[in-house]
Design a protein around this ligand. Structure first.
Ligand code: NAD
Ligand code: DAU
Length: 354
């Protein structure tokens, strides 16, 4: 089996569902259930013995050591993090706690476990750390896309905390020989995306007849990747990635924010026309920019294609249509997230499981 951390969040829950569908190997899912963790995403696994959920913190050495001894995973895939840039600007403390200190403690526990393994089990063990393209900083329009050997130049407390964790992962390989892999991925979108991030926020605000907030001039560029493609990339890196290596994962899909917002409005105009008439684009509202806002990210994903044969299956056009349709079909999920009821549901569910 494998140990997944942060598997109740956006990408983590997509990964757990995808993993069990794709290869069926059991998953122990360790998640602290912060505001971003939603066990409802995994409701379809309720009676699946291949999914063992554990409520806890990657920074709890006793708990993690106990889990490793009990379940003896062949790999750890670390998604657990504080992930929202705006929150890191307002309150950076939890980002340092989880992304830096938590990752360090998880690495320490992994090292202790791996040290005691022997033979094929030791050779086959992997620690896969899921990171972000934001560690490379910001590009100007003419710059080449981020490669794995770009300098680290993080600009927000979030990206600085992720950069710190990447450095620790690298150091645990070089110093102790821990068999690590790191993936640095661009902006994900898709089902179960918490509606504080641009794409789900725009969809749910549009449907609620609220303003669609665009920071600054809306010309900041991100490289969007459908979450299912990120999951397949992680599976591939875990399967065949070279130990100690870093792989950039991206969708070859750079777009300015305003174009993303306009595309969502056009899709909603087609799929769920406004009751009051007119286009959802009327709701677009330019607001104050994010402090220190990175202008452009772009991923050069040639290494993962060349070495591991991975490339994304979705285009932005197919992925964003699926995503908008998912939100239209899951108004109840959105409603429970927005009202906070999902947290009560989680508490009740967890008490029952304990
Ligand atoms: P998310 O915020 O949706 O989910 C994070 C999950 O981690 C939640 O379930 C939360 O409860 C859990 N968690 C937080 N602190 C924890 C702790 N101390 N111990 C255990 N669990 C804890 O994040 P996401 O968007 O799914 O991102 C997952 C990972 O992928 C993060 O490491 C993030 O940096 C990285 N990443 C995200 C994107 C993106 O576009 N969302 C892109 C590239 C990389
Ligand atoms: O690049 C990968 C990163 O992508 C991940 O590491 C992060 O965890 C993830 O949150 C994401 O970071 P961003 O800051 O790029 O994502 P966000 O959805 O918050 O914002 C996307 C862009 O849209 C960014 O330029 C800011 C802008 N924006 C965002 C919000 C929430 C707006 O214009 N208005 C908004 O209301």
């Amino acid at each position: 089996m494998i140990l997944v951390t942060g598997g109740a969040g956006f990408i983590g829950s997509n990964f757990v569902l995808d993993w069990l569908r794709a290869n069926g190997e059991a998953v122990v899912n360790l998640d602290k259930l912060t505001y971003a963790g939603n066990l409802e995403n995994l409701a379809s696994l309720k009676n699946n013995p291949g999914h063992v959920f554990v409520h806890g913190d990657i920074g709890d050495p006793k708990l993690v050591a106990e889990l490793l001894t009990r379940h003896r995973p062949r790999a750890i895939v670390n998604f657990a993090a504080e992930s929202h840039v705006d929150r890191s600007i307002h309150s950076p403390g939890s980002f340092i706690e989880t992304n830096v200190v938590g990752s360090f403690r998880l690495l320490e526990a992994a090292r202790g476990y791996w040290d005691a393994l022997q033979g094929a089990q030791k050779d086959g063990f992997r620690f896969l750390h899921v990171s972000t393209d934001e560690v490379y900083g910001s590009l100007t329009p003419g710059d080449a896309a981020f490669r794995e050997d770009n300098r680290y130049e993080p600009n927000s407390p979030y990206s600085a905390s992720k950069a710190a964790s990447d450095h620790l992962v690298r150091a645990y390989h070089h110093t102790y020989g821990l068999p690590v892999l790191t993936t640095n991925c661009s902006n994900n979108y898709g089902p179960y995306h918490f509606p504080e991030k641009l794409i789900p926020l725009v969809i749910v605000n549009a449907l609620a007849d609220k303003p669609l907030p665009v920071y600054g001039d809306g010309m900041q560029i991100r490289d969007w990747l459908y979450v299912g493609d990120h999951c397949s990339a992680i599976r591939r890196v875990l399967e065949a990635g070279r130990v100690g290596e870093t792989y950039n994962v991206g969708g070859w899909n750079e777009k300015p924010n305003i174009e993303i917002v306009q595309t969502i409005c056009a899709l909603l105009d087609e799929l769920r026309p406004r009751v009051a008439g007119g286009s959802y684009a009327q709701q677009i509202t330019y607001v104050k920019d994010r402090p220190g806002h990175d202008r452009r990210y772009a991923i050069d994903a040639r290494k993962i294609k060349r070495e591991l044969g991975w490339k994304p299956a979705e285009t932005f056009e197919t992925g964003i249509r699926k995503t908008v349709q998912w939100y239209l079909d899951h108004g109840d999920w959105v409603q429970r997230v927005q009202s906070g009821v999902y947290r009560e549901w989680i508490a009740a569910q967890y008490e029952r499981a304990a």
